[in-house]
Design a protein around this ligand. Structure first.
Ligand SMILES: Cc1ncc(COP(=O)(O)O)c(C=O)c1O
Length: 452
């Protein structure tokens, strides 16, 4: 075992294919259903909003999907991303565990999101699309698509959840720097937005509403397509470059993880790190525990129902079988905007149902405490979303300490928090509160799940 801190793959070792877990699942995924007919959707149903190459990736069960050379060229701006041994955090915790993290905050937008934004922009440009419409929660995905759009000459229009739009003016400025237009959602530019504003004029917005607005714009304009930053199979696919790199980097470290941890919003950074390791567990005798961590204020995997539901509040998207709090559920405002989504990736949900992963939830103040402890040991200020993974990793390291076990923990540091400093200011000022949802609101939202 080396005494290195950083494990850096040379550029020529960057994986040339994404890994598709659908090829190795013991039972196949339930098909997505058309919102009008409730029948399984076919490629033609998705063509108004997605390019053909993306639809193919959404449905494929091929194990490996080649990463196109122009996408790899862009990836090389920041990939391979470093894997770092958190030796100072280990010392601060006085744990016998070895803690590593994969650091995705080195991308231009500051998170894992460009791993999917870049190929999505590329495939759209290849098929002659002029404009992309999308939603963003924390602003990480919006910034990533704005960045990718600027590289491939696409106009980008972003519906940003209103609470984040107000909390994070510099994320907005970043999107505008890349040439995108950023609109607070709910807006009065779409039917979906106007409907919400009529009922709830002071709505904070939600990812479910912002998705409805962006899908509506794409469906209504022939030159415009929609891009989603998480949840869908093709997004999980694109993110697997994280785990494929990590496997090579763990070999460099002459180590292998006993526990893998990532935060879960729509599930994409989790899928990116975890799916290659789930393959190792399923096919090559691996025994790695896989843990998804979510906010207690929006606990999809731990409190949601596994059922068919809409991906958006306006009910424009196909229904997928997933862990859901109900598409009408409005999660309380929190600083981890990227985790405030009522649903979960169908693939991640399926993996949970198959018992191939565990899930747990934490409150935001305990996650900020973990983030501050991490920053003071390792120097990197994490995104509020990523702080959930850090809290999970610290708890596992403390468990190892209590049990006297030398386990290896690997977590995904999905992004930095340089645009989230207001949240840290609020935390230090004692203004950050843990806001439980009303149990009756959850009951009401689950009671109106679509009957399938
Ligand atoms: C830094 C960061 N991590 C995690 C997430 C959660 O998304 P996902 O579950 O798709 O990785 C987001 C979403 O915006 C994010 O910005």
């Amino acid at each position: 075992m080396t005494d290195s801190v950083k494990f850096l793959l040379p550029e020529e070792k960057m994986p040339k294919a994404w890994y598709n877990l659908a090829a190795d699942l013991p039972t196949p995924l339930a098909p997505p259903l058309h919102p009008g007919t409730m029948q399984p959707v076919g490629p033609a149903d998705l063509e108004p909003i997605f390019p053909r190459a993306v639809i193919e990736q959404e449905m494929t069960t091929e194990r490996w999907v080649d990463i196109p050379a122009p996408v790899r060229e862009v990836y090389r701006l920041w990939r391979p991303a470093p894997m770092i041994r958190a030796r100072r955090l280990e010392k601060a915790l006085d744990t016998p565990a070895r803690i590593y993290f994969k650091y995705e905050g080195v991308s231009p937008a500051g998170s894992h999101k460009p791993n999917s934004a870049v190929p999505q922009a590329f495939y759209n440009q290849q098929e002659g699309v002029k404009k992309l419409a999308t939603e963003t929660g924390a602003g990480q995905w919006g910034s990533s698509l704005a960045f990718a759009g600027s590289l491939f000459g696409l106009e980008v229009e972003i519906y940003m959840v209103k609470i984040s739009y107000n909390q994070k003016p510099y994320r907005r400025a970043l999107m505008e720097t890349y040439g995108a237009r950023c609109i607070a959602s709910p807006s009065n530019l779409t039917n979906a937005g106007r409907t919400i504003l009529e009922k709830f004029p002071d709505s904070n917005g939600s990812l479910g509403i912002a998705i409805s607005e962006a899908v509506e714009i794409a469906a209504a304009n022939a030159d415009t397509k929609y891009a989603l930053g998480s949840v869908l199979n093709h997004v999980c696919l694109h993110q697997t470059i994280i785990g494929e790199e990590a496997i090579l980097q763990m070999e460099m470290a002459d180590d292998s993880p006993d526990v893998i941890i990532a935060c879960t919003g729509g599930g994409s950074n989790f899928a990116g790190l975890a799916f290659p390791y789930i393959r190792e567990n399923l096919k090559n005798g691996g025994k790695t525990r896989i843990i998804g961590v979510e906010p207690a204020s929006c606990p999809t995997l731990t409190r949601g129902q596994y059922a068919y539901d809409f991906g958006d509040t306006g009910h424009l998207t196909p229904l997928t079988k997933m862990h859901t709090l109900g598409s009408t559920f409005m999660p309380p405002g929190s600083h981890a905007g990227g985790l405030r989504y009522h649903g979960m990736s169908a693939m991640v949900s399926h993996v949970k149902e198959l018992g191939l992963m565990e899930a747990r939830s934490y409150w935001q103040t305990e996650c900020f405490a973990a983030a501050v402890q991490f920053a003071r040991a390792e120097g990197i200020v994490p995104a509020p979303e990523s702080s959930h993974a850090i809290k999970g990793a610290i708890d596992e390291a403390l468990r190892c300490k209590a049990e006297g076990k030398t386990e290896t923990i690997l977590f995904n540091l999905s992004g930095h928090g340089h645009f989230d400093m207001q949240a840290y200011t609020d935390y230090f000022g004692g203004k950050l509160v843990d806001t439980p949802f009303e149990e009756d609101d959850l009951k009401a939202a689950l009671a109106v799940l679509p009957k399938v």
